[in-house]
Each structure stands twice: as C-alpha cells, then as structure tokens.
Design a protein around this ligand. Structure first.
Ligand SMILES: *[C@@H]1O[C@H](CO)[C@@H](O)[C@H](O)[C@H]1NC(C)=O
Ligand SMILES: *[C@@H]1O[C@H](CO)[C@@H](O)[C@H](O)[C@H]1NC(C)=O
Ligand SMILES: *[C@@H]1O[C@H](CO)[C@@H](O)[C@H](O)[C@H]1NC(C)=O
Ligand SMILES: *[C@@H]1O[C@H](CO)[C@@H](O)[C@H](O)[C@H]1NC(C)=O
Ligand SMILES: *[C@@H]1O[C@H](CO)[C@@H](O)[C@H](O)[C@H]1NC(C)=O
Ligand SMILES: *[C@@H]1O[C@H](CO)[C@@H](O)[C@H](O)[C@H]1NC(C)=O
Ligand SMILES: *[C@@H]1O[C@H](CO)[C@@H](O)[C@H](O)[C@H]1NC(C)=O
Ligand SMILES: *[C@@H]1O[C@H](CO)[C@@H](O)[C@H](O)[C@H]1NC(C)=O
Ligand SMILES: *[C@@H]1O[C@H](CO)[C@@H](O)[C@H](O)[C@H]1NC(C)=O
Ligand SMILES: *[C@@H]1O[C@H](CO)[C@@H](O)[C@H](O)[C@H]1NC(C)=O
Length: 586
C-alpha cells in the first residue's frame, strides 16, 4: 500500500521520478549520480545529498556541496570574546551560539589567499542583518569593505552575503552589534564543478589490460598513486599527425570558476606535469584564462583564477619535450574546479533559471534574489520601483528621451512612448524636422520659421546674429506652442506682442519712406525673414541623446582581472606570464 502511494506520488511529481530512477552507488547522488555525498562520519546521503546528521567538516550548503573556507587547512578563527573557543561557530549546529554578550568581532585568517565570493551567517536574531560589517584584507595587503554588498535571507536563521572583492583575500573581520546572536559562520570556497563531467584525452594509456581513461581525473578520488587506478594517463604510443597531447573537460552547463586544484601523480614521474598549458575556454571556445605550468613540477597545483566569466571547457596541454622521441604525457590524479553556476542559473545542476525579479543573478542554492530587478527592497523584492526609476534595486533613472521620463521597471525601455524621438520603445531616432513631442506625433507650429521647432518642447527655434563679430545666440520664439505653463505663456505673449509692435513700427517707417508694397501676405514672417539674416535650420541637441544603463553588472569582461591573477601569490608555481601569451579573443 505504502509502495503504491509512493509510486503514484513519484509518478505525478516528475522530478521525484527522475531522482528515484537513479540508483546511485553508495556515496553518490543526483540524477546522473554526479554529486558526491559529504556526510559526517561517511554516512550515506539521500537522493538530494542530505545527510542523516550533518555535513562532513569542511562542507556545507545544499547537498553539502560547498567547501567551507572557515575550516579549511590553514584557516584560523579568533574572536573578541573572553573565551578563546570558537567551536560553536564552526560546528554546523545552529543551537550552539555565542554566549558572550560583549562579542563585537570575529576574525578569520588564512595562511594563503582565497578568492572570496559569499558567506553565510546563521543567527538567533535576523532582525538586524543589515548591521554586520565585513572588512577584508587582500593578498596585496589592501583593506576592502564589502564592495557592492548583497544579501539574501534564506530562512528564519540564515542569511547569505555577497561581496564583490575582485581579489584574493587573506583575512576577514566581521563586526557589528548583531554579532551577539551569531551561531554559525560559513565562507564559501565554491563547489567542485568538475566532478563526473565529460573528460577526453588524446589517446588512453593501457597496461596489463587496465586502461587509464580521462574520466579518472574527475572521479572524485585524488589518490596520487598511479597504480591505485585513480589517475588518467595519455597513451605512450607515438601517434602521427595528432593534435598536441591534451586532456579536455567539457562542463554540461557553463560555470563560473574561481579556483583550480590539480593533483599530480606522486609515485613517480611527477616531473611530466611541468611546462603544461592550462586553458579555460568559454562557450565560444575563446580562452578566458590561461596558465603555464612551471619548469619544475609540483605535486599539487593550487591556482586562483578569479574568473567570473562562464566557462565551458578546461584543457591541459602537454608541451614538455620527452627524451627518446617519446610522446609527451599527461597524467592527472584529480582536477578540482571550484566554482558555481553562471549568473542567471541556480540549483545543484545549475539548470533552474533565476526568477524574473532578479533574472540575471540569484542565490545559487535557493534561487532567491540577492538584489531586485524592478524592486527597491532587497532581499525581499516586494516594493516596486518608484516612477521614473528602474533596474537593480531601482538604482537607475529612466531616460529623459522617454515620454514623461517613464520606463519599464525591469528593462528600462520607454513604456509610454518617446519624447522628442520617433521610435518607441527604443527612442533613439530624433524627430524629423517639423515634428516634435510624444513619439514626434505633433507638427511644429506653422508660425515657426520654416515650421521647425525644438523636438521636445515644440518651441520655435532660430538663431539671431546680432552683429557680425559676436557669437550667435539661440532664441526661443513662442509661436502659439501648446503645453506651456501660464507664467511662460504670459512671458511669451508679451514677447510676441512686443515683436509684433516693433515689426509694425518698422513697417510703418518703411511705408513712410517708400511707396507701400503691393501686397504683404504674412508681415510677421516676412519681417522675421529680413530682420534675422541667419537661421540655423536645426540645432544639434545633445541633451536628448538616449541613455541606457546596462542591466547586468556581473557578466562583464574580466580580462584585466585575468591578467592580474597570473601574478598570484603562488610565486614558486607561476612561471613568468610573458612566456606564454594568452589568447584573449573577444
Ligand atoms: C532582535 O534584535 C532586535 C534589534 O537588534 C531587538 O530589538 C530584538 O529584541 C531582538 N530579539 C531577540 C529575540 O533577541
Ligand atoms: C600590511 O599592512 C599593515 C598596515 O596597513 C602593516 O602593519 C602590515 O605589516 C602589512 N603586512 C604585510 C605582510 O605587509
Ligand atoms: C588481456 O585480455 C585478453 C583478453 O581478455 C587476454 O587474452 C590476455 O591474456 C590479457 N592479458 C593480460 C596481461 O592480462
Ligand atoms: C594506494 O597505493 C598506495 C601505495 O601503493 C597504498 O599504500 C595504498 O593502500 C593504496 N590506496 C588505495 C586506496 O588503494
Ligand atoms: C569548440 O571546440 C570543439 C572542439 O575543439 C568543437 O567541437 C566545438 O564545436 C567548438 N565550439 C564552438 C562554439 O566553436
Ligand atoms: C628546478 O630544479 C632544479 C633541480 O632541483 C634547480 O636546479 C632549478 O633551479 C629549479 N628551477 C626552478 C625554476 O625552480
Ligand atoms: C537620478 O535622479 C536623481 C534626481 O532626479 C539624482 O539625484 C540621481 O543622482 C540620479 N541617479 C542616477 C544614477 O543618475
Ligand atoms: C507622469 O508621471 C507622473 C509620475 O512621475 C505621473 O504622476 C503622471 O500621471 C504622469 N503623467 C502622464 C501624463 O502620464
Ligand atoms: C507613443 O508610443 C507608445 C508606444 O508605442 C504608445 O503606447 C503611445 O500611445 C504613443 N503615443 C502617441 C501620442 O502616439
Ligand atoms: C569587479 O569586477 C567586475 C567585472 O570586472 C566589475 O564590474 C566590478 O566593478 C568590479 N568591482 C570592483 C569593486 O572592483
């Protein structure tokens, strides 16, 4: 009976069906068994990665997939509390919390630099989540606040913070009055997005009927002893006309990668993994980051890429010249790529799109909005932008080329038509001569010279050259223009009357001196034509050039970061960058 009920339930809930279908080996989960369990005391996880008790030390988050930099080797935590014990902070237990009411700072210090992306605080009292302050020390010994701080409330005790530190950090200090209620702290080191992805190599080595395929480098086992059969190995048979010997990993969806760890073999022959070239390619096969291995190989390579562009392919190319005309070899015991979903996607498989309120960027486990597109109140995103504003947290002003400066709260395009431009909703094409106003749907007054006018206000426009030597001045002429305020209208009326009076006076003086002309159809226009000798047909009006702000601040070219990151702190492992010139194809 229970089985039948479960069966029906799973049949109706599609995701459940696909998850149940995957009978994963012990220690693995996911629809393709592509995720590794990280449970305390190696307990088995369920099909969602959830552990019976808690995550293994050093892991946290959804399915225990995120590496925790507060407990990584070389991390040192200290607090301002009287007691020196900090185990309550890192025991993954939200019921063991700070006991010292005077606690006002927590410091995490690392013995080597790490890229920072986000951190998680669990606290008894989330009513003051805005009051945490984060101070970072970068590997260049610079201090940074949390730049462009974003926060997302995950549940009643959990809040995530994201900072844009485009640098590796060696220290983080958290301060603020809310610290008294803190129970747990996690700092994300990303999750291994290389695991069980599609790996290929140029020819596979076989020995004693045992082959060493490319997939052994992403099997989750970093054991560095080759004969334990956990390392990939390219063929030692010299092949003719093959591409350079290489190992290539293709990710099922593009990911952002901040950190790479490569385990070389340690039993023998580790010198083979020197002088290699590591390339990271985007979906268009353009290199977004590259690295040249050193002359003397390391057993473990730890590289910070600080790469925020989505990555699709990782390739390791052998360039070392082997003696005895043997082919160069690539042997990899494990490749870890620590990163996360590309912006706009979330979930363990990075297949869920972010909600429309924050479609370019959301919390990568829950899909919650860190910031709100079209809403003013992150992380809740419930209050829509005020009129004339749009974008992330409504920080952008609508373009003045929009009618009534009104635009779409999410996209920023003019939603009520244009003002002085003819092509809604883009509003980039200025009104043709003789047109003005809302979508250029009004004709300039026939009283305007050549029936042209200012394309936003409809005011007649011409230049008068007062003398030959002084500069021309722009004069606005009323000419029966609609849409003017009463004050301006009166001023304009007085102007009209005085000009007409002057014109009439000149006209009478003219008549007095000469014989009257036969017929004058439009005295106003005619006198204007003679009085004002020069007329600039249309003044270039730069004020109304369209102005759009980009919606997404995340996916921007990172080439400068890329370049800088090669002079990373792993000096002994970083060969001079000039030796291999990276291809920053755009
Ligand atoms: C939570 O914090 C707020 C402001 O800091 C305070 O007013 C409130 O009493 C606190 N609640 C608890 C249960 O400590
Ligand atoms: C970093 O800068 C601080 C002062 O800002 C200085 O006291 C400290 O010695 C510096 N540390 C290193 C490793 O340069
Ligand atoms: C390799 O496998 C083949 C066929 O399965 C067998 O005949 C051969 O003896 C094996 N060689 C070794 C070294 O095990
Ligand atoms: C791996 O190889 C080493 C050395 O050969 C051996 O001591 C160790 O037990 C092996 N480990 C596994 C998991 O096979
Ligand atoms: C990238 O390169 C691979 C092989 O090198 C090729 O199969 C793939 O089609 C290329 N992708 C693009 C977008 O050019
Ligand atoms: C590489 O190792 C050799 C021998 O151990 C040493 O003489 C040489 O200086 C090293 N080269 C570099 C660049 O570290
Ligand atoms: C938006 O307009 C307001 C006033 O109209 C101004 O204070 C603010 O700086 C503008 N913001 C941007 C991003 O231009
Ligand atoms: C212009 O926008 C304001 C809000 O900024 C609004 O109150 C007003 O109704 C709008 N006027 C028209 C004609 O759309
Ligand atoms: C201007 O264009 C917008 C968008 O196409 C339209 O909604 C609006 O009614 C137009 N207004 C006028 C006066 O043509
Ligand atoms: C971080 O890098 C991104 C992309 O290059 C850039 O848009 C952003 O302004 C940078 N932030 C800081 C604080 O430098």
């Amino acid at each position: 009976m229970g089985f039948i009920f479960k069966f029906i339930l799973c049949f109706t809930v599609l995701t459940c069906a696909s998850r149940v279908a995957a009978q994963c080996p012990v220690g693995w989960f996911g629809s393709k068994c592509q995720f590794m369990c990280h449970c305390e005391s190696n307990a088995h996880c369920d099909s969602y990665g959830q552990c019976p008790t808690k995550c293994n030390a050093g892991w946290f988050g959804q399915g225990c997939q995120y590496e925790d930099l507060t407990t990584v080797d070389g991390a040192l935590i200290s607090t301002s509390a009287v007691s020196s014990s900090t185990s309550w902070l890192t025991d993954q237990d939200v019921t063991t919390c700070n006991e010292d009411p005077s606690l006002d700072s927590i410091t995490v210090q690392w013995d080597k630099p790490y890229p920072f992306t986000w951190l998680r605080i669990q606290a008894k009292n989330l009513s003051a989540v805005d009051q945490f302050k984060f101070l970072f020390t970068t590997s260049g010994n610079k201090s940074h606040n949390c730049i462009n701080q974003l926060q997302a409330i995950i549940d009643s005790v959990t809040v995530d913070y994201r900072c844009e530190i485009n640098d590796t950090v060696t220290r983080l200090i958290i301060t603020g009055p809310s610290l008294y209620s803190v129970c747990s702290l996690y700092i994300s080191g990303g999750r291994n997005v290389a695991l069980k992805q599609i790996a290929q190599q140029t020819g596979t080595y076989t020995f004693d009927n045992i082959s060493y395929p490319a997939s052994l480098a992403v099997d989750g086992d970093a054991n560095p002893y080759f004969h334990n059969k956990t390392c990939s190995h390219t063929t030692d048979i010299l092949q003719e006309s093959v591409p350079p010997v290489s190992w290539t990993l293709t990710l099922d969806t593009p990911r952002v990668i901040n950190r790479i760890t490569i385990y070389n073999r340690a039993d023998c022959c580790s010198d083979r993994l020197s002088n290699f070239i590591l390339e990271i390619l985007d979906t268009n096969n353009h290199t977004v980051w590259s690295y040249e291995g050193p002359v003397n190989a390391s057993l473990v390579y730890e590289l910070n890429t600080l790469q925020q562009k989505p990555v699709k392919t990782i390739r390791i190319i052998a360039t070392r010249i082997e003696v005895n005309t043997k082919p160069p070899l690539v042997t990899l015991c494990e490749v870890f790529l620590f990163g996360d979903c590309e912006p706009g996607a979330w979930g363990l498989g990075c297949t869920s799109p972010c909600p429309t309120e924050c479609r370019d960027f959301c919390q990568q486990e829950s899909g919650k909005c860190f910031k709100c597109l079209g809403y003013v109140d992150p992380p809740r995103c419930t209050t829509a932008c005020l009129p004339n504003t749009w974008g992330i947290n409504c920080q952008s002003n609508c373009s003045s080329s929009c009618h009534n400066t009104s635009c779409d709260k999410v996209t920023g395009v003019c939603d009520k038509g244009c003002s002085g431009y003819s092509n809604p909703p883009a509003c980039t094409a200025e009104c043709a001569s003789g047109k003005w106003g809302h979508n250029c749907s009004y004709e300039c007054s026939s009283f305007c010279i050549r029936q042209t006018c200012e394309r936003v206000t409809g005011l007649c426009q011409y230049t008068s050259e007062t003398t030959a030597t002084t500069a021309t001045t722009v004069v606005s002429d009323p000419c029966n223009c609609p849409g003017l305020g009463p004050g301006i209208g009166i001023g304009i009326a007085i102007g009209v009357v005085s000009i007409v009076l002057v014109d009439i006076a000149i006209y009478f003086i003219f008549i007095k001196r000469r014989q009257p002309p036969a017929t004058v159809n439009d005295p106003v226009e005619k006198t204007h034509g003679t009085q004002l000798q020069q007329y600039d047909s249309l003044k270039e009006n730069t004020q109304y050039k369209p102005h759009y702000e980009t919606v997404d601040p995340i996916d921007i070219d990172k080439t400068s970061v890329t370049q800088g990151s090669t002079s990373s702190p792993y000096e002994n492992e970083v060969a001079p960058y000039e030796r291999y010139s990276p291809k920053h194809n755009k």
